[in-house]
Design a binder for this molecule. Structure first.
Ligand SMILES: Cc1cc2nc3c(=O)[nH]c(=O)nc-3n(C[C@H](O)[C@H](O)[C@H](O)COP(=O)(O)O)c2cc1C
Length: 161
């Protein structure tokens, strides 16, 4: 019999939408979740956050993150989850991606958005992950329920269920 793949979901979430997708994945697969937190938090207020993030993108600042405590040797599959920030994956997730080697993993990506749709999220993931075996992308407007059938279909199409 096939061994069940060991799945880690590494995600950023400021208001809980992306976390809801991560939790649905855990609910369906038993994946371990790893939440990326910045050392210095972003402002509480939405507009202030967008301005801080815009400046970080313009200056290519990689805001430091707290240690995740993940041992990647323990996982076959890594699912990267992010809100859409100025059309792209969130900066703190990119901070983490620079510190790890995902070249031997099967990597899925997912994003939530506030109306913009997929935007540049997947294409930026692809350029950050050259040569990595990539599964498909899951996209959600807002968040999902713990048993969202679209999440289930996405995991099944990538043979994780
Ligand atoms: C700094 C910042 C930039 C954003 N930029 C976009 C954007 O370009 N397009 C979009 O559709 N939503 C944008 N949003 C909205 C979030 O992507 C959306 O609300 C997302 O679901 C939040 O996920 P979270 O609750 O996991 O943090 C932005 C939000 C923030 C805080």
């Amino acid at each position: 019999a096939d061994k069940k793949p060991r799945i880690a979901v590494v995600y950023v979430s400021r208001t809980g939408h992306t976390r809801s997708v991560a939790e649905a994945v855990r609910n369906m697969t038993g994946a371990d979740l790893f939440y990326i937190e910045t050392v210095e938090p972003y402002p509480d207020e939405y507009r202030a956050t967008t301005e801080v993030v815009k400046e970080e993108i313009e200056k290519n600042v990689k805001r430091p993150i707290k240690p995740l405590g993940i041992n990647l040797d323990q996982y076959d599959v890594v699912i990267l989850g992010t809100p859409t920030w100025w059309h792209r994956p969130a900066q703190p997730l990119k901070t983490w991606m620079e510190t790890v080697d995902l070249s031997k993993k099967f990597v899925l990506t997912m994003s939530t958005h506030g109306g913009g749709g997929l935007m540049e999220v997947r294409s930026e993931f692809e350029s950050l992950l050259p040569g990595v075996r990539l599964g498909t992308h899951f996209l959600s407007y807002g968040g999902v329920s713990r048993n969202d059938p679209d999440v289930r279909d996405w995991l099944a199409e990538n043979k994780l269920l």
